[in-house]
Ligand binder design. Sequence first.
Ligand code: PGA
Length: 255
Amino acid sequence: MKSPLLFVANWKTYYSHQQTLHWCANHKKELLQLAHASGHHLVICPIATTFGSLTPLFSDSPIKLAGQSCSAYSAGAHTGEITAQSFKEAGCSYCLVGHSERRTEYHESNETVAHQALQVIMQNMTPIICVGETEHERTQGKTTMIITEQLSVVLKLLQEKNFLPSQLIVAYEPVWAIGSGKTARTEEIGEVFDLIIALAQNSFPSVPVTLLYGGSIDDETVKALSSLEHLGGFLIGKASLDFQKLQKIVTWFNN
Ligand code: PGA
C-alpha cells in the first residue's frame, strides 16, 4: 500500500458560520468513513468562528482542523488578528500560512509569512506553508526565483531562531491555477517540488518534507496528477465544499 496522502480542505469564506456547522453535522459520518476507509489524512480549514463547535465534533477522530492564517505576533494590540496560540487552544493541529489570497489581498510579505510559520511551530502545530508564482512571473521565467524567495525567508527565520521543525509541509499553489479551472502540468509541478525539496534539505536535512499541490483540484483534474513524484497530498478549495467531489478526489488515490 502507498503512503497515506494529506488532503487539506480550504473552505476560505465560502461558507458562513451556520453553513459550516450544518455541512459538518450532515457529513460527519461520511467524512469519518472516508478517512477510515481510505487511510488518508483529512484536514479541514473552516471559518475561524466555528472551531468551538467543530473541535468537539471531531475530537478523537482522524479529521483534523486547521486555521486559514494566523497572526505574525504572539499577542498584543493587533486588532482583528487570531494568534497561533488561540488556534491551538481552539483545537487546531495545523495552520495555513502565506496563502496567495493573503499575500495579494492583505499584502502579507515573505517576512510576515515567516513569522506566522514560527508562531505556529512555537505552538506545536504544523504550518502549511503556501508558495506560488503569478502567471506573469511564470511567463517571465521567474518561477524558481519567486518560490526560492518565498520559502527561503521562512526557512532562514526558523534556523535563526534555532527551531527544528518536526516536519515541513509546503503547498505549491500557482496563483494562476487557484480558482481558475487551470491546473499546472505534472512537469511544472515536478520542477517546483524538486526545488522545494532542495531548499528544505539544504536548511533542515533531517526534517521530512510533505509536498502538497493546490489550484483548481477537483474530481477530474486530480486524475492527471496521480503519477506525480514526491506528491504528499492536495490543498483543495472550491471542490472540497462538495462532499461527493471531496470523496471522489480522496478515493481516487485508494489503489
Ligand atoms: P481552488 O483553491 O481549489 O478553489 O483553486 C485552492 C486554494 O486556494 O487553496
